[in-house]
Design a binder for this molecule. Structure first.
Ligand code: FES
Ligand SMILES: [Fe+2]
Length: 356
């Protein structure tokens, strides 16, 4: 039996970055549902519709489908949809069949992310979307990208919840011996669906990622505080500072370097996941050299993960009979995340009462 992490419906997922959605039709697949995204002409509101024409299933995200004002004109025979997914024109006849519509999805643009609700629209509550304010706040500079990976999204969750792999997979970039050696503390907020994993290293080598970008020479204090909001948003609060530099009693930290590393883990289909990644900093914000260094370096790091996860996906289902996965202390966070995801999957599968 191949290992497949089930999808959690009735949840918000990041479908795109704000800058990716415009007046071109953008196709994305989330939890196996095909979506087409665009913005209205008038005020730029993002619109998300099902990406299959009701007539003969032509993908609306594909040319020659086009926008006519805020309406989507199917590129096959011209069925035309408004922003609610209702069909407002069919060719060759006046009467528009009552069932001529495509589904529209609840969508929220927040923190430079386009969040889409996959599930029963009546249950969509925008207030439950976790925040990532640093992605879109004055005083912060962000580099970002998105890599599709051919792997079960559970493998990416495992990867991000256990950073001890930095030492081996990302040596020479963000990994140093201390990351694998120092123990973690794990905290789980079952109700809120949040897993926190912390590793505070008080005397560590400074990896090239931070040595080059901050200019710190010598050993550092390095904190990694993960906050995973299942199922989609992953925040890594990173602090590095020269040894001996501690935050002020009031919490301010003028000589520490704070970096926010954000991931959105969006399951696309079986064995496919979108890996949205971003690195935000509030230091050296006008230094373009630092920006470009972090962009290139982090992209390399992300691709190291992508390569490893693509490989691991191929090993799934090829285990010897009787193989038992083995977990150790470093896996506490990942195991907690799996438990929460399993609960969300179960809750999302329950039939929901329709709001009248
Ligand atoms: S498939 Fe879209 S109009 Fe025919
Ligand atoms: Fe990694």
């Amino acid at each position: 039996m191949p290992h497949i992490t089930a999808f959690a419906r009735n949840q918000w997922y990041v479908a795109a970055y704000s800058h990716e959605v415009g007046r071109e039709l953008l196709g994305r697949t989330i939890l196996g549902e095909t979506l087409v995204l665009y913005r209205t002409e008038e005020d730029g509101t993002p619109v998300v519709l099902h990406d299959r024409c009701v007539h003969r299933r032509y993908p609306l995200s594909e040319a020659p489908t086009r926008l006519d004002g805020d309406r989507v004109v199917c590129g096959y025979h011209g069925f035309t949809y408004d922003t609610t997914g209702e069909c407002v024109y069919v060719p060759g006849q006046k009467r528009i069949p009552r069932t001529a519509r495509v589904a529209s999805y609840p969508v929220v643009e927040q923190d430079s992310l386009i969040w889409v609700w996959i599930g029963d629209p009546a249950l969509a509550d925008p207030r439950s979307i976790p925040r990532a304010r640093h992605l879109d706040s004055p005083g912060w500079v962000t580099v970002r990208g998105m890599e599709p990976i051919d792997c079960d999204y559970g493998l990416l969750v495992d990867n991000l919840l256990d950073l001890s792999h930095e030492t081996y997979l990302h040596g020479g970039y963000i990994g140093t011996p201390e990351v694998a050696e120092r123990p973690i503390t794990t905290e789980v907020d079952e109700g809120a669906g949040i897993v926190r994993v912390s590793r505070h290293m008080d005397d560590a080598e400074c990896p090239p990622f931070y040595a080059t970008s901050t200019g710190i020479e010598g050993r550092i204090t390095r904190w990694q505080d993960i906050e995973y909001h299942a199922p989609c948003l992953y925040l890594l609060h990173s602090r590095v500072a020269p040894i001996g530099v501690v935050p002020e009693p009031d919490g301010s930290d003028p000589n520490g370097f704070h970096t926010e590393i954000t991931y959105a883990i969006t399951p696309s289909g079986d064995g496919k996941v979108y890996d949205f990644w971003a690195v935000s900093r509030d230091w050296a914000t006008d230094d373009d050299k630092v920006t470009e260094f972090l962009r290139g370096n982090n992209h390399t790091v992300v691709m190291q993960d992508v390569t490893a996860l693509n490989l691991m996906q191929k090993t799934l289902g090829t285990e010897r009979t009787g193989y038992q996965e083995l977990s150790i202390n470093i896996d506490m966070g990942g195991l907690a995340a799996r438990r929460i995801l399993a609960r969300l999957v179960e809750e999302g599968a329950k039939p929901t009462e329709k709001v009248q």
